[in-house]
Design a protein around this ligand. Structure first.
Ligand code: PGA
Length: 252
């Protein structure tokens, strides 16, 4: 992890009633110690953000959205904009999650636009990249990750990464219980940092690269011990306060 402050971010996806979410937020708040070296954040569904803002204000735990519109306001039925997320106190917003890419046809170009929309609204994008099982088996992991990353780099330059987080999430590890081995993850994280370093060494050194894909309390330690893994983007395990907190603790 080097000198980078780890980030452990929960991606709740489309889960949680109001009551369940209140309990989860209380549990996370209670369990996250100010002694953690890691920064902790949760990304609930949009409709639960006011509740997160109310519960987490002043706690040191950040919150964020799971997606945003490329537009800032206007006639875009069903969308939520970056300025709206900012207005509710969000620090982060997930951009280009593989589920958005796969189920909502988000292209590399659209993801690059969302990355900019987030920054224009004063939010820190968590840019997700990662290969499918088929792509990994075909030896295309680096090519896919490079394509997803370069789409943003080409549009916004390396400067865009001065205030951004990257999450490497192999699609085959998401929600499957199959975690990448620490070495598999480290290899891709190092590759990503190398691509950034080719443009600017200092930015590469300072950018946090999270791992995502079936991370839980029991496997977080060995993943987070890798030199280029700076935290986690946690799906399933972020819905259980104890598991999520265990990951935060493992991050130091
Ligand atoms: P998972 O999800 O931890 O449930 O595998 C991670 C993610 O999709 O961000």
């Amino acid at each position: 992890m080097g000198t980078r402050r780890p980030l452990v971010a929960g991606n709740w996806k489309m889960n949680g009633s109001r009551a369940e979410s209140a309990t989860l937020l209380d549990g996370v708040k209670k369990g996250v110690s100010s002694a953690f070296r890691a920064e902790v954040a949760v990304c609930p569904p949009f409709i639960l953000l006011p509740l997160a803002a109310e519960k987490l204000a002043g706690s040191g735990i950040a919150w964020g959205g799971q997606n945003l519109s490329v537009h800032s306001a206007g006639a875009y039925t069903g969308e939520v904009s970056g300025p709206m997320l900012k207005d509710y106190g969000c620090t982060y917003v997930i951009v280009g999650h593989s589920e958005r890419r796969a189920f909502y046809s988000e292209s590399d170009t659209l993801v690059a636009e969302k990355f900019a929309a987030a920054q224009n609204a004063g939010l820190i994008p968590i840019l997700c990249v990662g290969e499918t099982l088929q792509e990994r088996e075909a030896g295309q992991t680096e090519a896919v990750v490079a394509r997803q990353l370069e789409a943003v780099l080409d549009k916004h330059g390396i400067g865009g990464f001065k205030n951004a987080v990257i999450a490497y999430e192999p699609v085959w590890a998401i929600g499957t219980g199959k975690t990448a081995t620490p070495q598999q993850a480290q290899d891709v994280h190092r590759f990503i940092r190398g691509r950034l370093a080719a443009r600017d060494k200092a930015v590469a050194e300072n950018t946090r690269i999270l791992y995502g894909g079936s991370m839980k309390g029991g496997n977080a330690g060995e993943l987070l011990a890798q030199p280029d893994i700076d935290g986690g983007l946690i799906g399933g395990a972020s819905l259980q306060a104890d598991e999520f907190i265990a990951i935060g603790r493992a991050a130091g």
